[in-house]
Design a protein. Structure first.
Length: 338
């Protein structure tokens, strides 16, 4: 079995590669990644020398490169993580989000049609459903919730999801889509809430909380997400969407306070700043379809996962200090195979 993982040098894709290498050591793993600003090749350094692993630095929008790879490797399954993933950047400059997240997905699916595939799996987000009100804790996103994305990022993901489903219906491409809540864990780029707050705490810098800080996200430890994808690509039903959620709702300000407490830093570092434009109030995911059909449950409670994450950032300063200094770009070049 050959699995092509796009975006495998990023936060969740790298966790998935390690998960697959450990749980399916007989599989051949291919990682196709452009190495954008969001990728550090150091994250997957241990996989690079393995015989059944290949890293390919290419852009998923490059049709010739993608088709060449399919011709050489004939992957059985594609697990598609590669994307521009940061909401704030999509508000600053939407164009690359639409290109990578929509057209890049199309390029991959066209290659799947041309060369054949057992399964194309689209890794998507709960953000495609839009927001839930804070005063209705009974409401959760189900797979039937209408799409109502708010940001250019979530619009690009919703568009890609619809395109994937259209290739299933129109061309019979075997696909699945998963929509997951907010991930946290090791190797997350320090622009996202949790790693940014950890790093700023360690430098005694202000902790910028958008607006009133009462926005709620449903948090999931990365490894729990990756176990769910492993189940879906093997046993999920063709053409289906599966929600994946941690069932651990937290508001931003409480998370930032927890991080301060764990690191022994004063809450006076917390600084309320201008709110994100179009900021979604609350996300919460109903994963009962996935639990019922495939027996998946999240295993890492938020407090444990947050502690593990903080410990990881404390013991791996070189990983994020190289990102902050910009040295990781040089290291990416040095680590590139060939
Ligand atoms: P990330 O930004 O950490 O990693 C993205 C990876 O994709 C990087 O390695 C980058 O180099 C690569 N990439 C970007 N553009 C590319 C291109 N044109 N060609 C090839 N590679 C390219 O993102 P992440 O947080 O790991 O998210 C991975 C996927 O999971 C995304 O599709 C995202 O929408 C989805 N998702 C993320 C979360 C979350 O909380 N982070 C939650 C639900 C879904
Ligand atoms: O400095 C900050 N201050 C702040 O208050 C940052 C970076 C974020 N926030 C808030 C905004 C959100 O309410 O924290 C919350 C989480 O923000 P992000 O970490 O940027 O995540 P979010 O916007 O929720 O999107 C994430 O989860 C869904 C991922 O980045 C997406 O890729 C994924 O699809």
């Amino acid at each position: 079995m050959t699995i092509l993982v796009t975006g495998g040098a990023g936060f969740i894709g790298s966790c998935f590669l390690f998960h697959m290498a450990e749980n399916h050591p007989e599989y051949r793993l291919l990682c196709l990644d452009k190495l954008t600003y969001a990728a550090s090749l150091k994250t997957i350094k241990e996989l690079l020398p393995k015989n059944n692993f290949r890293f390919i630095r290419e852009d998923i929008c490059d049709r010739d490169a993608v088709f060449r790879l399919f011709q050489e490797e004939h992957p059985d399954i594609v697990v598609h993580f590669a994307a521009e993933s940061h909401v704030d950047r999509s508000i600053e400059d939407p164009a690359v989000f639409l290109k990578t997240n929509i057209l890049g997905t199309q390029t991959l699916m066209d290659a799947c049609r041309r060369f054949g595939i057992q399964r194309f799996h689209q890794v998507s987000t709960d953000e495609v459903y839009g927001e839930l009100p804070l005063n209705r804790p009974d409401l959760l996103f189900t797979e039937k919730t209408p799409l109502c994305p708010s940001s250019p990022y979530s619009v690009s993901k919703a568009s890609a999801d619809l395109l994937v489903l259209s290739y299933h219906r129109t061309f019979g491409l075997p696909v699945t889509v998963s929509r997951c809540s907010n991930n946290y864990g090791p190797h997350q780029f320090p622009e996202k809430l949790i790693p940014l707050m950890i790093v700023n705490c360690l430098y005694d810098l202000p902790l910028p909380v958008y607006g009133d800080g009462l926005n709620v996200r449903d948090w999931i430890y990365t490894e729990d997400h990756c176990r769910a994808i492993d189940l879906i690509i093997h046993r999920g039903r063709n053409g289906e969407i599966y929600n994946i959620g941690g069932r651990q709702e937290m508001c931003n300000i409480d998370i930032v306070k927890l991080i301060c407490r764990e690191l022994g830093k004063p809450k006076s570092l917390i600084t309320h700043v201008e709110d994100r434009k179009g900021h979604d109030r609350r996300y919460a995911v109903d994963s009962s379809k996935l639990s019922g059909e495939l027996g998946w449950q999240p295993e890492v409670p938020f407090r444990d996962g947050l502690k593990r994450t903080i410990d990881w950032y404390l013991s791996n300063r070189d990983w994020w200090e190289d990102i902050i200094s910009g040295d990781y770009r040089k290291e990416n070049k040095a680590l590139l195979p060939g």
